[in-house]
Design a protein around this ligand. Structure first.
Ligand code: FAD
Length: 657
């Protein structure tokens, strides 16, 4: 299809990553549970051809059917009428099309009516559909991924029958999955409450086991996307004694914080006396800045019938599996929105003239356009690297845990690969969520600016994109929370392997001194990354090991690191000791993200030399930014920390507080 408005095939960079950035041979083989099944693919080429056709079909649909309806969806929005959510007619038309294309079962196994495609396709569609309209993408994302989460939970809790070759067999949730595949149902992910967003340990919704052994849930959930559906996956605490501490200690045996959370499936309606009645009360559909056609619901649980998933206390662990996938999905969404903004900006800049020139040829505008495109390509490269790791870590883990495939040597090799993929997934997921959220907003704002006064009007849709983008750094864990996760993970790596860190630091310095051209710029950034990390560790331990500082000053860097890794890890209290790190977490995360992207782009440019121009451009653009961020981190300014301390002291001296 040579189709200019095909949101998959008109995007050369996306098509490149689809073809080259995923280990399809491994992914398809694991997804199929081995080759040669009667209804499976014969080989990877056959599978890839089918996947490409699906992406092209949806790309065409997104460009021709979804994008043209985006303005109408934005104007009409979702609303509550008589206790039910009403969506614009255009929304239903679009979802009818998805149903016809059998997209709700895209990644669902064949025996449940699905197409058994790898999860990667669903992530790629987040970009493709997100570019057309984020409300549509968001609701679409609460179909297939919820079905897959239910199957995964069933496997984990032992209620699925797996076979010797395949982890997928009859499960506890097959009926729910079938309804989703048929397009009759969807689910929602319910963590947030009025008093608990980033701080999930503050969740108050409570699950109690009634004398008949059944669970009942009571509490409020807020900001729940697509919360008007039949299946609610709800995080709640399960022991009253474990309510968050308010006025003093609770029962000594109580589970605390995140360990007290359990995961429940709650049905929107249940049968009572032969009639279907509401089990969850839809209190409100939020009015919000953007994402107008995506219903964001406030829900009330009043002794709602609930089914426990997994064990009591396992809720956070199970929800995290889904949350990590959702974070990567939001990363792809951010890239889709940014791509839409870039396309809009480029088109306008190539038709609008001022002072005798196209505005695309004014230096300031050209610089922005080039930055937008470079950033998007960089983020996409990192998102695909994360995607490969996420898909393979899931599939390898399930295959190893639940099937009898492979002999001992093969299993050991698979376990080693699994560790590598898990590490990459854990490291890159917060980076992509962080950067895609922040950059989507920046790029949409640049698009508005490039449109001048027209950008502020509704006419071109530039302001809609910015309104839609603004939530990306907020939901599925704010940018700040992603930064804390990324920093913690990298800091642990440093403290666990200090010798390696010192070696890396030395090697980066040497390369920064000896390399030439773009490579030199890259290694200077890597060196600054490591120096920033070192500065954070030094500042963090300053207070902790104050009494030993004089002694440590006399040590050489290697001895200092050895000492820190032994002593500090033992005596570390993240909340108390980590203030300097927390202060710079966002700066550090941005540096980490840029360096990861540059590493991936430069690596790919070795094989595909035509892509070197983008790798070089990315490195040249990130270099001054990384140096500035690093300089702020290494500056050692503690003004903010002192300000917090003074605030705390005056608050504790004030009897009214
Ligand atoms: C449109 C929309 C859809 C949503 N959909 C869902 C959904 O489907 N399911 C669901 O469960 N939730 C959903 N949410 C909720 C969303 O995940 C939360 O809003 C988000 O996690 C932030 O929580 P909060 O609003 O309570 O803010 P808070 O946690 O109160 O945070 C306020 C500010 O403080 C910062 N902050 C908090 N703690 C720290 C810290 N330790 N260090 C530094 N900064 C910190 C935050 O980054 C933020 O900037 C949705 C939200 C929106 C807007």
């Amino acid at each position: 299809m040579s189709d200019k408005k095909n949101f998959f095939s008109d995007n050369e960079d996306l098509v490149f990553h689809f073809r080259h950035s995923l280990d399809w041979a491994q992914i398809v083989e694991l997804t199929e549970g081995g080759w040669g099944k009667p209804d499976g693919y014969k080989n990877v080429e056959e599978a890839l051809e089918v996947f490409r056709q699906i992406l092209e079909q949806v790309g065409h649909y997104a460009g021709h059917e979804v994008a043209p309806r985006a303005e109408a969806l934005d104007r009409a929005g979702a609303r509550l009428e008589g206790g039910r959510v009403v969506l614009p007619a255009e929304f239903d038309q679009i979802f009818d099309g998805f149903r016809e294309m059998e997209l709700f079962g895209l990644t669902v196994p064949r025996h449940l009516g699905g197409l058994n495609a790898p999860m990667a396709l669903s992530f790629i569609l987040n970009e493709v559909i997100g570019r057309a309209d984020v409300s549509v993408m968001t609701h679409f994302g609460f179909h297939g991924p919820i079905a897959m989460a239910l199957l995964l939970y069933s496997a984990r809790e032992g209620s699925m029958k797996s076979g010797p070759d395949d982890w997928i067999g009859p499960s506890r949730f097959d009926e729910e999955v079938r309804q989703i595949v048929a397009g009759r149902a969807w689910g929602s992910m319910e963590l947030t409450e009025p008093g608990a967003g980033s701080d999930l340990a503050a969740i108050l919704t409570i699950g109690r086991r009634a004398p008949d052994g059944r669970w009942r849930l009571s509490g409020h959930k807020s900001f729940i996307t697509s919360g008007h559906g039949p299946f609610h996956l709800v995080l709640a605490r399960t022991e009253e004694a474990a309510l968050p501490r308010r006025d003093g200690p609770q029962g000594a045996s109580a589970l605390e914080g995140l360990d007290a959370l359990s995961l429940f499936l709650v049905r929107g309606q249940v049968e009572r006396d032969g009639k279907l009645v509401d089990n969850v009360r839809l209190e409100r559909v939020e009015e919000k800045l953007g994402h107008h056609a995506s219903p964001t619901c406030a829900l009330v649980y009043e002794e709602a019938e609930a089914e426990l998933i997994g064990r009591p206390g396992q809720g956070f662990e199970l929800m995290l599996i889904m949350m990590n996938g959702a974070r990567l999905a939001v990363g792809f969404e951010g890239i889709g929105v940014a791509q839409a903004a870039f396309e809009m900006a480029r088109a306008y800049a190539e038709e609008r003239r001022t002072m005798g020139r196209l505005i695309a040829e004014h230096e300031l505008i050209a610089d922005r356009l080039l930055s937008m495109e470079t950033d998007i390509r960089g983020m996409r490269a990192m998102a695909f690297e994360a995607l490969n790791a996420v898909e393979l870590s899931h599939k390898l883990e399930l295959t190893l845990r639940f099937t009898a495939r492979w002999n001992a040597a093969e299993r050991q090799a698979a376990e080693e690969r699994l560790e590598g993929y898990k590490r990459t997934a854990r490291q890159l997921t917060p980076l992509i969520k962080f950067l895609a959220g922040e950059k989507a907003v920046e790029i949409c704002r640049d698009n508005m600016q490039i449109h001048g006064g027209y950008g502020y009007m509704r006419e071109y849709g530039a302001e809609k994109l910015l309104r839609d983008a603004l939530v990306i750094p907020v939901y599925e864990g704010t940018s700040q929370i992603q930064a804390l996760l990324a920093l913690k993970d990298h800091l642990q790596l440093v403290l666990r392997e200090p010798l390696r860190f010192v070696r890396d630091l030395g090697a980066a310095r040497l390369k920064a001194l000896t390399a030439r051209g773009v490579e030199k710029l890259y290694w200077e950034c890597v060196y600054e990354k490591l120096r920033s990390m070192e500065a954070i560790v030094r500042e963090v331990v300053k207070g902790k090991l104050a009494d030993e500082l004089a002694e440590m000053r006399a040590m050489n860097p290697l001895e200092v690191w050895k000492h820190l890794s032994k002593d500090f890890l033992r005596r570390w209290d993240a909340k108390e000791d980590f203030a300097y790190g927390l202060l710079h977490a966002e700066r550090m995360t941005e540096i980490l993200a840029h360096c990861s992207i540059a590493e991936i782009l430069l690596r790919q440019a070795e094989t595909w030399t035509e892509r070197k121009v983008w790798a070089d451009r990315y490195v040249k653009r990130m270099h001054p930014r990384v140096l500035a961020l690093s300089s702020a981190i290494r500056g050692g300014d503690r003004d903010v920390l002192e300000w917090i301390e003074r605030r705390r002291q005056s608050a504790s001296a004030d009897p009214r507080s």
